[in-house]
Ligand binder design. Structure first.
Ligand SMILES: NC(=O)c1ccc[n+]([C@@H]2O[C@H](COP(=O)([O-])OP(=O)(O)OC[C@H]3O[C@@H](n4cnc5c(N)ncnc54)[C@H](OP(=O)(O)O)[C@@H]3O)[C@@H](O)[C@H]2O)c1
Length: 308
């Protein structure tokens, strides 16, 4: 297969690159193929002739970014998603994998843990509504292509992803990456860190390697996996305060204070039953080991290629 990966310079994209063998792969950066510009996609596809797409690119970030730049998050993601879908279909790329997010799920689901069939049963949480609506429409449009035009577009729905190559921006990054960066700075400056989070808040985390390995498993199995049914990629819940404590230990910096304040949802567990039924032999990465590897990678690459 000739596989076009959008977002190849991001966390999941860089991780996927490290596993990419067997096929011919293309990982253009946004400079080489700008998804906001239809002609740029069209010319990259014409030149390289891929026959499979893995769409990872997005305007994505943590809670604070989701609250702060709602207009851009909806605008950019809608345009990027529509552009790549249209360009792929026009160029006969009718097979692909698209990354959504568990942010899609409603703020008041009928039950927990949430399953794939509950995705659209109600409004998403306001803390990430623009991003959630763009991903809902991506999922909806993939279904339209599958049902009306015979495409094989599979949507994967990961929970919070973390690992090396994450965006470690304190303002825009996801929780683990932003907290790692804050501990790094506090340790360097020998200062006390104050972290706002709900003391009872729980999150499911998945390593970027687990997401990349799932994508690879789907590549050759697209025909047995029903494209009408998306798959949640999730694993166990962790208390955020426990994760913060683990990061503090990895930095050997215990001078921090938790301020009990949750701006998002306290918990939103998603089922990974369909995932384990589809991939019964899948072994999840160990959370503590991946966290240690991420902190080590961040420190080793702080002055070179850490996005911050
Ligand atoms: N991170 C999470 O916790 C999480 C959770 C659930 C789902 N997801 C989804 O998983 C996917 C991968 O996430 P990630 O964390 O790997 O993202 P990321 O590290 O933030 O990377 C984003 C990628 O999107 C690309 N991109 C942004 N604007 C672009 C444009 N105009 N044209 C082309 N490419 C553009 C960036 O390319 P350049 O760097 O070259 O600009 C970068 O490669 C996304 O679809 C995200 O929504 C992520």
């Amino acid at each position: 297969m000739r596989i076009l990966v959008t977002g190849g310079s991001g966390m999941v994209g860089r991780t996927l690159q490290s596993f990419a063998t067997d096929h011919t792969w293309f990982f253009p950066t946004s400079k080489e193929m700008n998804l906001m510009d239809f002609d740029s996609i069209q010319s990259f596809i014409k030149k390289n002739n891929p026959n499979f797409v893995i769409h990872l690119a997005a305007n994505v970030g943590g809670l604070y970014k989701n609250l702060a730049v709602r207009v851009d998050m909806l605008h950019d993601n809608l345009i990027m998603n529509e552009n790549i879908l249209t360009a792929c279909y026009n160029n006969k790329i009718t097979r692909g994998i698209f990354l959504c997010s568990t942010c899609i799920f409603p703020k008041n689901p009928p039950a927990y843990p949430m399953t794939e069939d509950m995705m659209l049963l109600g409004e998403p949480h306001p803390s990430n509504a623009s991003y959630a609506w763009s991903k809902r429409l991506l999922f909806f449009q993939c279904q339209n292509y599958n049902e009306e035009r015979g495409c094989h577009y599979l949507c994967l729905i990961p929970t919070n992803i973390f690992g090396p190559h994450d965006n470690f921006s304190i303002a825009d990054g996801h929780v683990i990456a932003a907290v790692i960066h804050r501990f790094y700075v506090a340790k360097q400056q020998k200062t006390r860190l104050e972290i706002k989070t709900g003391t009872n808040s729980l999150r499911q985390f998945i390593s970027a390697c687990d997401v990349a390995r799932t994508i690879l498993s789907c590549l050759t199995r697209l025909d047995d996996i029903s494209q009408r049914s998306p798959i949640i990629i999730a694993h166990k819940e962790h208390r955020l305060v426990d994760v913060i404590q683990k990061i503090s230990k990895l930095f050997d910096h215990d001078n921090y204070l938790i301020i009990d304040q949750e701006l998002g949802q306290e918990r939103k567990p998603c089922s990974f039953q369909r995932f384990t039924e589809t991939f019964p032999n899948f072994k999840f990465d160990d959370f503590d080991q991946t966290l240690a590897k991420t902190v080590e990678w961040f420190q080793d690459h702080y002055h070179t290629d850490v996005r911050r």
